[in-house]
Design a protein. Sequence first.
Length: 176
Amino acid sequence: MGTARERLLDATEELITAGQVPPPLEAVAAAAGVSKGGLLYHFDKQSLLHALVTRAVHRFDERLTAAAAQGLMATAWLRLSAPTPAERTVYRAMMSMLRLTTTGEFDLPPEVGDAEQRWQQMLTAELGDPIRARLVRLVGDGLFMAALTGPPPTPDEVEQLLHQLGLPTTAPQTRP
């Protein structure tokens, strides 16, 4: 079932996905099965949202790092930029949460900027060209926005983009 902290983050994610942005702390506590005091032991409103964003960044980072180890970071970036229908709901909820940054209600944790720099460096290392790496990042950003605002790109469309950009779709073979 996870720690109380993880249950609180899971509950927050579920409430945000359901459209409660930001979710009331009482609702988070109730959904996680803890008292409001139990929630406040772990988080205030700002730290709860920070922890949720940080967790999402870490999850994304794990997937990209694993792909980079196989020489497929650019490919993974583009594939992850076109979310599945289930991921699309979560991504939309996270984007709704980001609107809070414009009101001053929420500031992104520094892990977001750190991760963006790390991902750009990983792409540059893999592709050997910072401009090509930036191009892949921007194409991924476009795929992401298209998935959030209209019909998402199909897996076939993403594979065609990978082909057009000359990116591998499977791990490079190494010779013994």
